[in-house]
Write a protein that binds this ligand. Structure first.
Ligand SMILES: C[S@@+](CC[C@H](N)C(=O)[O-])C[C@H]1O[C@@H](n2cnc3c(N)ncnc32)[C@H](O)[C@@H]1O
Length: 242
């Protein structure tokens, strides 16, 4: 992998680039996450799951599940849930499946593209997505597809890095995100180019208010967000209308 500029690529190529990139970092993805966030990601995930607040026995979809952190967080909170993880990267799913053996509850995995999911309409009582919306080819098409597979009144919760509104916080975060992450991610995660691409994908991502607008425009009701860590992390949410 030589280039870290997939935004300049045609849509089909961007998908393939992203899939291969995650395949290359899958073996050490979890360790890199913990080191790069000082384990704070676990706290943010618990918060996102609290925003979803699923009912007992609900069927939940975790979009772009990767190695399954949000899925296992959901099942730890409530083992009566049935959680389906969808991702298009096989090595990430393989790691998730291995981890699932140690978790109580029903976890199932499906390989597929979040922009064209292999599920009928109104299949799920809720959906989550973690640190992935920056990587999809088309955010609006992805949001509409998630809406399609949700049941009326089901909630979607998206956890991701975001752009801090305060310039000083943004400056400090940028320093960390664009300088430290590639360096440390390269050492711990095993791919400097992947950990250069991942922060860079934020540059082309809408800010928190704009993303809330995109949720609403895609058709989500009650679209909103919670800002964490000075707005460098955001939890966006919306509900499928009745
Ligand atoms: C940064 S990882 C996040 C994984 C996990 N959600 C987490 O919170 O740790 C992004 C994941 O999104 C997946 N992904 C990116 N684009 C996708 C797409 N169009 N369809 C399905 N999965 C996708 C990648 O394969 C990767 O596993």
């Amino acid at each position: 992998m030589t280039s870290t500029q997939p935004h300049a690529r045609p849509a089909g190529e961007k998908g393939a680039f992203v899939r291969e990139m995650f395949a290359s970092i899958a073996p050490r993805y979890d360790l890199a996450n913990r080191v790069l966030t000082g384990r704070q990601d676990e706290r943010w995930r618990r918060r996102a799951i609290a925003v979803l607040a699923p009912n007992a026995h609900a069927k939940i979809l975790d979009c772009c599940c990767g190695t399954g952190d949000l899925m296992f967080g959901l099942l730890r909170r409530d083992p009566t849930l049935t959680v389906t993880g969808l991702d298009f990267c096989e090595p990430m799913l393989e790691r998730a499946a291995i981890r699932a053996r140690r978790v109580r509850g029903a976890a199932q995995f499906v390989q597929g593209d979040v922009m064209a999911m292999p599920f009928p309409e109104e299949s799920f009582d809720g959906a989550t997505m973690g640190f992935s919306l920056r990587n999809v080819v088309d955010i609006d098409a992805t949001l509409r597809e998630i809406l399609r597979v949700l049941r009326p009144r089901a909630r979607f919760v998206n956890l991701d890095v975001s752009k801090a509104p305060n310039p000083i916080v943004k400056r400090l975060f940028d320093l960390y995100f664009y300088r430290v992450v590639p360096l440390v991610g390269g050492i711990v995660g095993g791919s400097r180019s992947a950990y250069t691409y991942l922060p860079n994908s934020l540059r082309h991502h809408p800010n928190a208010n704009d993303l809330r607008e995109r949720f609403a425009r895609a058709g989500f009701a009650e679209a909103g967000y919670q800002a964490l860590m000075g707005g460098t992390i955001a939890i966006h949410y919306g509900v499928k209308p009745q």
